[in-house]
Design a binder for this molecule. Structure first.
Ligand SMILES: [Fe+2]
Length: 296
């Protein structure tokens, strides 16, 4: 039996690279600021009709700020999404950056104006994230309203598409308010949001934090969430204690299916806490629902 397993070597090699000068430059500059992946999923949740094709581009956790996600980076994200030609575009919040290494703000009216160039037949919808609330939710909302971008907070909208209909729900943020005694009070109202589903048409849910997924019923075909940044640093087989979730790594990243219920967690674009990304490149998520050929 080998004294050192391949798995241990991979983990040690990744950790060693991260703390080297080259690895530091990669994690602090190249991966967070220069890379942009498009990650595609083709989930087949039981509640979604096979004959309702829908392509959704998901932007999340942009955390626009100088010097890490300047306005030029936001514009590049917009161009990339438009090239994907989705039916619907959603932004899962954390537009704003509120961490200490930020050297300057990108004014909300500037990034909102950039998002106004996003183009899809069914439009653009967004929700607010915890950093939007912690910065100034009123200012963020005013900027989004000014750019005519639909902001959802515990709301549901019935959308017609391909001769059928589906519900798009947007949840209020679950960590909106810090409490003096510790913990948070959310703006989320999942029962109130789902009570607005007045027909049996399939439903999608936008939620900034994935933790709500434990309460989401099978009535919702697919929940889309962000917030975790995939842990921001991901080294295979090494537990990351800094994933911002009460459930540790359970909802860290990707397509999660539990009891037939589907969740996709985007790794997002920007950063919070520390200005590094490693093993979780910034990404736009593209979700293809319904029967679609590979060339669609
Ligand atoms: Fe967040």
């Amino acid at each position: 039996m080998p004294l050192v397993t391949r798995r241990a070597l991979l983990t040690a090699g990744s950790a060693g690279f991260l703390i080297s000068a080259t690895g530091g430059a990669y994690a602090g500059l190249i991966e967070p600021s220069l890379m942009l992946d498009v990650t595609e999923y083709r989930p087949t949740p039981p509640g979604w009709p096979a004959d309702l094709p829908l392509t959704i581009a998901v932007i999340s956790d942009v955390h626009a700020c100088e010097p890490y996600v300047p306005i030029g980076r936001v514009q590049r994200i917009v161009e990339t999404v438009n090239r994907l030609k989705p039916d619907l575009i959603v932004h899962l919040g954390d537009h704003e950056a509120t961490y200490r290494f930020v050297s300057g703000r990108v004014p909300p009216r500037e990034w909102a104006a950039a998002y106004a160039d996003l183009s899809a037949p069914l439009g653009l919808y967004t929700i607010l994230g915890n950093h939007d609330w912690w910065h100034n939710a009123d200012e963020i909302r005013r900027a989004l309203d000014g750019a005519r971008i639909r902001v959802m907070s515990n709301e549901a909208e019935l959308i017609e598409h391909a001769g059928k209909r589906f519900w798009l729900c947007g949840l209020g943020d679950q960590l909106a308010h810090w409490l003096k005694r510790g913990g948070f009070r959310g703006e989320d109202d999942l029962p109130g949001t789902l009570a607005k589903l007045k027909t049996d048409d399939p439903a999608l849910l936008l939620a900034h934090e994935p933790d709500i997924f434990t309460d989401v019923p099978a009535r919702v075909s697919l929940t889309l969430a962000g917030h975790t940044h995939g842990g921001q640093v991901y080294i295979p087989h090494l537990r990351n204690p800094f994933i911002p979730s009460a459930y540790g790594g359970r909802f860290r990243y990707g397509h999660i299916v539990e009891d037939g219920r589907h969740l996709i967690v985007s790794g997002g674009i920007g950063m919070s806490g520390l200005p590094v990304r490693f093993g979780v490149p910034p990404e736009i998520v593209l979700v293809r629902l319904g029967q679609q050929s590979a060339t669609v």
